[in-house]
Design a protein around this ligand. Structure first.
Ligand SMILES: Nc1nc2c(ncn2[C@@H]2O[C@H](COP(=O)(O)OP(=O)(O)O)[C@@H](O)[C@H]2O)c(=O)[nH]1
Ligand SMILES: [Mg+2]
Ligand SMILES: [Zn+2]
Length: 352
């Protein structure tokens, strides 16, 4: 059972005036903590309620794109005796982590609302990818939340200093915390950024250590991790987003791995491992498998071991990835320039 005041959940005067502007009596404020099959878990001053969405909002959402998301503050009509509520309004978001590029679709999805900080996790094992980190940085900058980079699994990394330098080169002005959830190295530093009543989201590939880090900071298993699933002890990975209140009073949203973000670059290899394997035998390392000589992929299509449709699907994905990458690069460059100017200014100021 939730035992916290609204302020402890992040409520403040600005939110209160948003609620007043609705000018409707009897609406209570609540924060969306989770969503389960169209039903929401709502944290209110009187405790946790189950909340549903009237058809009107669902209809509006088709137009405005605003469906309640985890972290949202909403105005609701409560039926406290039943432990239920009806969501009437979503208060305007201060920040939102929006995934736009669900592959093949144009549907935007709010992954987390009203978070102050976005922890971007990258593993120092085979997960390590500066390019992917850049994509996450763009996502964070566009959200309005402050990005913080966390490099996990330092215990598996023999050249930590080099990796940190590589990351810092693309993330000017963004703090970088190397951590190990195994040895505990660096966990305190991350914990230091989690102030009471502030909200964070943890983003990164599946298996990077998001849930393990949250559990370590919480000092108990608040999130299920995939380690336990490997033991055969059941379904233990994060399958939905959920707002968690840590013992220190900070709020954090754990997320399942973002498949679409992972597909943004190199990761097409995972979805098309058959084609990538064939490509290793192409004569040219940068073979596009269109009409190059000695192309092993076209060869496989010719001799019937690879379906032509599969090659077509791969090409489609490559095109989409290229388009996303180009868009992202433009944004990233603009943001880098802006950050660099800020950085240069602050250095000048420091010299005065
Ligand atoms: N060696 C090492 N393994 C880790 C670390 N953090 C997490 N793991 C392991 O990585 C796997 C995935 O962790 P999990 O927290 O479920 O990842 P999530 O999908 O990002 O939530 C588990 O087997 C963890 O024990 C770390 O810092 N070092
Ligand atoms: Mg997890
Ligand atoms: Zn080829």
């Amino acid at each position: 059972m939730l035992d916290a005041t609204l302020q402890e959940l992040g409520w403040d005067d600005r939110w209160a005036s948003e609620l007043e502007q609705l000018d409707e009596d009897k609406l209570v404020a609540g924060r969306i903590a989770a969503q389960h099959r169209g039903e929401y878990v709502l944290w209110t001053a009187t405790g946790e309620l189950r909340a549903e969405l009237p058809g009107r909002i669902r209809y509006d959402a088709a137009v405005t794109g605003v469906l309640p998301a985890v972290g949202d503050w909403v105005a609701a009509r409560a039926r406290a005796l039943e432990g239920r509520a009806t969501i009437c309004n979503v208060l305007p978001r201060r920040t939102s982590i929006v995934r736009k590029e669900a592959l093949g679709g144009s549907h935007a999805q709010v992954l987390a609302a009203n978070v102050d900080t976005a922890f971007l996790l990258n593993g120092l094992d085979s997960d390590f990818s500066v390019r992917r980190l850049e994509r996450y940085l763009v996502l964070a900058w566009e959200s309005g939340a402050e990005p913080v980079i966390v490099l996990t699994k330092t215990d598996l990394c023999p050249d930590l200093a080099d990796k940190v330098l590589e990351v810092e080169a693309v993330a000017i002005g963004v703090p970088v915390y190397p951590v190990s959830n195994v040895t505990g190295q660096g966990v305190d530093a991350v914990q230091g950024r989690l102030r009471p009543a502030t909200s964070s989201v943890v983003l990164g590939s599946s298996g990077v250590g998001k849930s393990t880090l949250i559990n370590r900071i919480a000092g108990e298993e608040v999130m299920r991790t995939s380690a336990l699933a490997a033991d055969g002890t059941g379904r233990h990975t994060t399958t939905h987003r959920e707002l968690i209140r840590l013992p220190g009073g900070a709020l954090v949203i754990d997320t399942p791995g973002l498949r679409e973000l992972q597909l943004w670059e190199g990761d097409s290899a995972a979805a098309f491992s058959d084609i990538e394997a064939l490509a290793a035998d192409c004569r040219f390392a940068d073979c596009a498998h269109v009409h190059e000589p000695d192309c092993a992929v076209l060869g496989a299509v010719d001799d019937g071991t690879l379906e032509l449709d599969r090659l077509r699907a791969w090409r489609k994905l490559e095109r989409e990835l290229a388009a996303v990458a180009a868009r992202t690069d433009r944004r990233l460059n603009a943001e880098r320039k802006r950050r660099w100017k800020q950085h240069a200014r602050s250095i000048r100021r420091a010299k005065w």
